[in-house]
Design a protein around this ligand. Sequence first.
Ligand code: MG
Length: 275
Amino acid sequence: MKIARFSTGAELRYGIVDGLPADEAVPCGESAGRLLALKGDPFYTAPEATGEAIALTEVRLVSPVIPRSKVVGIGKNYAAHAAEMGTAAPPEPIVFIKPNTAVIGPDTPIVLPEWSDEVHYEAELAVVIKSVVKNASPLQAAAAILGYTVANDVTARDCQRADETWTRAKAFDTSCPLGPWIEIPEPGADGPGFDPASAVVRARVDGRIVQEGTTADMIHPVPELIAYVSRVFTLLPGDVVLTGTPAGVGEIRAGQRVAVEVEGIGSISNPVVTS
Ligand code: MG
Protein backbone atom coordinates (compact mmCIF):
# COMPACT_ATOMS: atom_id res chain seq x y z
CA MET A 1 0.00 0.00 0.00
CA LYS A 2 1.24 3.45 -0.93
CA ILE A 3 0.19 6.41 1.21
CA ALA A 4 0.72 9.94 -0.10
CA ARG A 5 0.17 13.35 1.47
CA PHE A 6 -1.41 15.84 -0.86
CA SER A 7 -3.11 19.17 -1.29
CA THR A 8 -5.94 20.23 -3.56
CA GLY A 9 -5.95 23.69 -2.00
CA ALA A 10 -4.93 24.89 1.44
CA GLU A 11 -5.62 21.67 3.32
CA LEU A 12 -3.13 18.78 3.47
CA ARG A 13 -4.59 15.29 3.52
CA TYR A 14 -3.44 11.70 3.18
CA GLY A 15 -4.59 9.23 0.56
CA ILE A 16 -3.94 5.70 -0.67
CA VAL A 17 -2.37 5.65 -4.13
CA ASP A 18 -4.47 3.45 -6.39
CA GLY A 19 -4.47 2.36 -10.02
CA LEU A 20 -0.82 3.02 -10.87
CA PRO A 21 0.40 1.40 -14.09
CA ALA A 22 2.65 -1.65 -13.80
CA ASP A 23 5.73 0.59 -14.02
CA GLU A 24 5.27 2.22 -10.66
CA ALA A 25 8.29 4.44 -11.04
CA VAL A 26 6.62 6.98 -13.28
CA PRO A 27 7.34 10.54 -12.20
CA CYS A 28 4.49 11.97 -10.19
CA GLY A 29 2.13 14.13 -12.18
CA GLU A 30 2.38 11.90 -15.23
CA SER A 31 0.62 8.97 -13.68
CA ALA A 32 -2.83 7.61 -14.47
CA GLY A 33 -3.30 6.80 -10.79
CA ARG A 34 -5.67 8.29 -8.25
CA LEU A 35 -5.77 8.96 -4.55
CA LEU A 36 -8.36 7.44 -2.21
CA ALA A 37 -8.62 10.11 0.47
CA LEU A 38 -8.18 9.04 4.09
CA LYS A 39 -9.61 10.33 7.33
CA GLY A 40 -7.10 11.57 9.86
CA ASP A 41 -3.42 10.80 10.13
CA PRO A 42 -2.21 7.28 9.25
CA PHE A 43 0.67 7.68 11.69
CA TYR A 44 -1.82 7.54 14.55
CA THR A 45 -4.96 5.87 13.23
CA ALA A 46 -5.63 2.90 10.93
CA PRO A 47 -6.22 4.06 7.33
CA GLU A 48 -9.95 4.69 6.80
CA ALA A 49 -11.19 5.86 3.40
CA THR A 50 -13.58 8.81 3.11
CA GLY A 51 -14.97 7.48 -0.18
CA GLU A 52 -13.51 10.39 -2.15
CA ALA A 53 -11.20 9.55 -5.10
CA ILE A 54 -9.06 12.23 -6.78
CA ALA A 55 -6.87 11.88 -9.88
CA LEU A 56 -3.13 12.15 -9.10
CA THR A 57 -2.89 14.78 -11.83
CA GLU A 58 -5.36 16.97 -9.91
CA VAL A 59 -3.33 17.21 -6.70
CA ARG A 60 -0.04 18.59 -5.51
CA LEU A 61 1.92 15.89 -3.71
CA VAL A 62 3.92 17.09 -0.73
CA SER A 63 6.53 15.26 1.33
CA PRO A 64 4.66 12.25 2.81
CA VAL A 65 6.01 13.18 6.23
CA ILE A 66 7.62 16.20 7.87
CA PRO A 67 9.41 14.62 10.82
CA ARG A 68 8.51 16.30 14.11
CA SER A 69 12.00 15.63 15.42
CA LYS A 70 14.55 14.51 12.83
CA VAL A 71 15.82 12.87 9.71
CA VAL A 72 18.79 10.67 10.58
CA GLY A 73 21.34 10.17 7.82
CA ILE A 74 23.78 7.28 7.49
CA GLY A 75 27.14 7.86 5.82
CA LYS A 76 29.11 5.36 3.75
CA ASN A 77 26.81 2.34 4.04
CA TYR A 78 27.89 1.00 0.64
CA ALA A 79 31.55 -0.05 0.21
CA ALA A 80 31.73 1.14 -3.41
CA HIS A 81 30.52 4.62 -2.40
CA ALA A 82 33.04 4.79 0.48
CA ALA A 83 35.71 3.87 -2.07
CA GLU A 84 34.65 6.62 -4.50
CA MET A 85 34.93 9.06 -1.56
CA GLY A 86 38.53 7.88 -1.12
CA THR A 87 37.96 6.06 2.17
CA ALA A 88 37.45 2.56 3.49
CA ALA A 89 33.98 1.64 4.72
CA PRO A 90 33.76 2.55 8.43
CA PRO A 91 33.37 -0.33 10.92
CA GLU A 92 30.26 1.29 12.43
CA PRO A 93 27.62 3.43 10.69
CA ILE A 94 28.38 7.18 10.43
CA VAL A 95 25.33 9.00 11.81
CA PHE A 96 24.28 12.57 11.08
CA ILE A 97 21.13 14.71 11.26
CA LYS A 98 19.13 16.60 8.69
CA PRO A 99 16.62 18.93 10.38
CA ASN A 100 12.98 18.94 9.30
CA THR A 101 13.60 22.33 7.64
CA ALA A 102 15.67 20.43 5.04
CA VAL A 103 12.68 18.33 3.92
CA ILE A 104 10.86 19.16 0.67
CA GLY A 105 8.38 17.21 -1.44
CA PRO A 106 8.07 16.37 -5.14
CA ASP A 107 8.70 19.20 -7.61
CA THR A 108 9.79 21.68 -4.92
CA PRO A 109 13.07 23.31 -6.00
CA ILE A 110 16.40 22.30 -4.47
CA VAL A 111 18.02 25.67 -3.76
CA LEU A 112 21.79 25.56 -4.17
CA PRO A 113 23.40 27.45 -1.26
CA GLU A 114 25.48 30.45 -2.35
CA TRP A 115 28.37 29.27 -0.11
CA SER A 116 28.90 26.02 -2.00
CA ASP A 117 30.36 25.44 -5.47
CA GLU A 118 29.77 21.67 -5.58
CA VAL A 119 26.39 20.20 -4.64
CA HIS A 120 25.74 16.49 -5.23
CA TYR A 121 22.69 14.23 -5.46
CA GLU A 122 22.62 11.00 -3.39
CA ALA A 123 19.79 8.55 -4.16
CA GLU A 124 18.70 6.63 -1.05
CA LEU A 125 16.09 4.34 0.41
CA ALA A 126 14.43 6.08 3.38
CA VAL A 127 12.79 4.35 6.35
CA VAL A 128 9.74 5.90 8.05
CA ILE A 129 9.34 5.12 11.76
CA LYS A 130 5.89 4.44 13.29
CA SER A 131 6.60 3.94 16.99
CA VAL A 132 9.08 5.00 19.67
CA VAL A 133 12.37 3.11 19.33
CA LYS A 134 15.15 3.20 21.93
CA ASN A 135 17.96 0.69 22.44
CA ALA A 136 16.17 -1.74 20.15
CA SER A 137 17.32 -5.11 18.84
CA PRO A 138 17.17 -5.48 15.05
CA LEU A 139 13.94 -7.48 15.48
CA GLN A 140 12.37 -4.76 17.63
CA ALA A 141 13.61 -2.12 15.19
CA ALA A 142 11.99 -3.90 12.24
CA ALA A 143 8.67 -3.94 14.10
CA ALA A 144 8.82 -0.14 14.53
CA ILE A 145 8.96 0.60 10.79
CA LEU A 146 5.85 2.07 9.17
CA GLY A 147 7.21 1.87 5.63
CA TYR A 148 9.67 3.19 3.08
CA THR A 149 10.06 6.20 0.85
CA VAL A 150 12.70 7.72 -1.42
CA ALA A 151 15.20 10.40 -0.43
CA ASN A 152 17.75 12.57 -2.13
CA ASP A 153 20.47 13.25 0.49
CA VAL A 154 21.59 16.45 -1.24
CA THR A 155 25.13 17.27 -0.09
CA ALA A 156 27.42 20.29 -0.43
CA ARG A 157 30.43 18.10 -1.18
CA ASP A 158 33.04 20.88 -1.01
CA CYS A 159 31.84 21.82 2.49
CA GLN A 160 31.72 18.18 3.55
CA ARG A 161 35.42 17.95 2.68
CA ALA A 162 36.36 21.33 4.17
CA ASP A 163 34.33 21.48 7.41
CA GLU A 164 35.03 19.68 10.69
CA THR A 165 31.46 18.36 10.78
CA TRP A 166 28.95 17.50 8.06
CA THR A 167 26.27 19.83 9.42
CA ARG A 168 26.50 22.62 6.85
CA ALA A 169 27.09 20.14 4.00
CA LYS A 170 24.11 17.92 4.80
CA ALA A 171 21.53 19.98 6.69
CA PHE A 172 20.84 23.11 4.66
CA ASP A 173 17.30 24.08 3.59
CA THR A 174 15.89 21.93 0.74
CA SER A 175 18.66 19.32 1.11
CA CYS A 176 16.23 16.47 1.79
CA PRO A 177 13.67 15.78 -0.96
CA LEU A 178 11.42 12.99 0.40
CA GLY A 179 8.64 11.16 -1.44
CA PRO A 180 6.63 10.67 -3.51
CA TRP A 181 4.76 8.52 -0.96
CA ILE A 182 5.29 5.90 1.74
CA GLU A 183 5.31 2.26 0.64
CA ILE A 184 3.91 0.03 3.38
CA PRO A 185 4.85 -3.59 2.57
CA GLU A 186 1.87 -5.92 2.50
CA PRO A 187 2.81 -9.59 2.72
CA GLY A 188 0.41 -11.65 0.65
CA ALA A 189 -0.03 -14.78 -1.43
CA ASP A 190 2.19 -13.34 -4.19
CA GLY A 191 5.16 -12.63 -1.90
CA PRO A 192 6.38 -10.52 1.00
CA GLY A 193 5.68 -7.18 -0.72
CA PHE A 194 8.36 -4.50 -1.04
CA ASP A 195 11.72 -5.88 0.14
CA PRO A 196 14.11 -3.18 1.48
CA ALA A 197 16.99 -5.68 1.21
CA SER A 198 16.83 -6.05 -2.59
CA ALA A 199 15.60 -2.82 -4.15
CA VAL A 200 17.19 -0.98 -7.08
CA VAL A 201 18.13 2.62 -6.26
CA ARG A 202 18.67 5.12 -9.06
CA ALA A 203 19.28 8.80 -9.79
CA ARG A 204 18.61 10.62 -13.05
CA VAL A 205 19.74 14.10 -14.04
CA ASP A 206 17.65 15.58 -16.84
CA GLY A 207 16.36 12.08 -17.58
CA ARG A 208 19.77 10.41 -17.90
CA ILE A 209 20.61 7.63 -15.41
CA VAL A 210 23.65 8.81 -13.42
CA GLN A 211 23.56 6.46 -10.41
CA GLU A 212 22.29 2.93 -10.01
CA GLY A 213 22.77 0.40 -7.23
CA THR A 214 20.91 -2.11 -5.10
CA THR A 215 20.13 -2.10 -1.41
CA ALA A 216 21.45 -5.68 -1.40
CA ASP A 217 24.91 -4.04 -1.27
CA MET A 218 24.29 -2.18 2.00
CA ILE A 219 26.98 -2.90 4.60
CA HIS A 220 24.47 -2.62 7.47
CA PRO A 221 20.95 -3.76 6.50
CA VAL A 222 17.89 -1.76 7.54
CA PRO A 223 16.96 -3.49 10.86
CA GLU A 224 20.58 -3.27 12.08
CA LEU A 225 20.80 0.39 11.06
CA ILE A 226 17.61 1.32 12.92
CA ALA A 227 18.77 -0.65 15.98
CA TYR A 228 22.15 1.13 15.88
CA VAL A 229 20.57 4.58 15.47
CA SER A 230 18.22 3.83 18.39
CA ARG A 231 21.25 3.48 20.65
CA VAL A 232 22.16 7.09 19.78
CA PHE A 233 18.75 8.80 19.59
CA THR A 234 15.23 7.90 20.59
CA LEU A 235 13.35 7.57 17.30
CA LEU A 236 9.82 8.97 17.31
CA PRO A 237 6.78 8.30 15.08
CA GLY A 238 7.36 10.11 11.79
CA ASP A 239 11.14 10.21 12.10
CA VAL A 240 12.95 9.19 8.94
CA VAL A 241 16.24 7.29 8.58
CA LEU A 242 18.18 7.57 5.32
CA THR A 243 20.15 4.42 4.62
CA GLY A 244 23.16 5.69 2.64
CA THR A 245 23.84 6.01 -1.05
CA PRO A 246 25.35 3.56 -3.56
CA ALA A 247 28.33 4.54 -5.72
CA GLY A 248 27.85 7.05 -8.53
CA VAL A 249 27.19 10.36 -6.75
CA GLY A 250 27.71 13.49 -8.81
CA GLU A 251 27.04 17.16 -9.23
CA ILE A 252 23.75 18.96 -9.87
CA ARG A 253 23.59 22.48 -11.28
CA ALA A 254 20.96 25.19 -11.51
CA GLY A 255 18.57 24.59 -14.38
CA GLN A 256 18.77 20.80 -14.13
CA ARG A 257 16.12 18.41 -12.81
CA VAL A 258 17.17 15.54 -10.56
CA ALA A 259 15.02 12.48 -9.92
CA VAL A 260 15.73 9.69 -7.46
CA GLU A 261 13.91 6.40 -7.54
CA VAL A 262 13.61 3.17 -5.62
CA GLU A 263 12.01 0.38 -7.64
CA GLY A 264 8.83 -0.81 -5.95
CA ILE A 265 8.23 2.59 -4.30
CA GLY A 266 8.41 5.36 -6.91
CA SER A 267 10.36 8.41 -7.97
CA ILE A 268 10.77 11.94 -6.63
CA SER A 269 11.88 14.64 -9.03
CA ASN A 270 12.99 18.18 -8.18
CA PRO A 271 14.26 21.14 -10.20
CA VAL A 272 17.56 22.71 -9.11
CA VAL A 273 17.79 26.49 -8.71
CA THR A 274 20.25 29.05 -7.34
CA SER A 275 19.47 31.02 -4.17
MG1 MG B 1 23.83 10.02 1.89
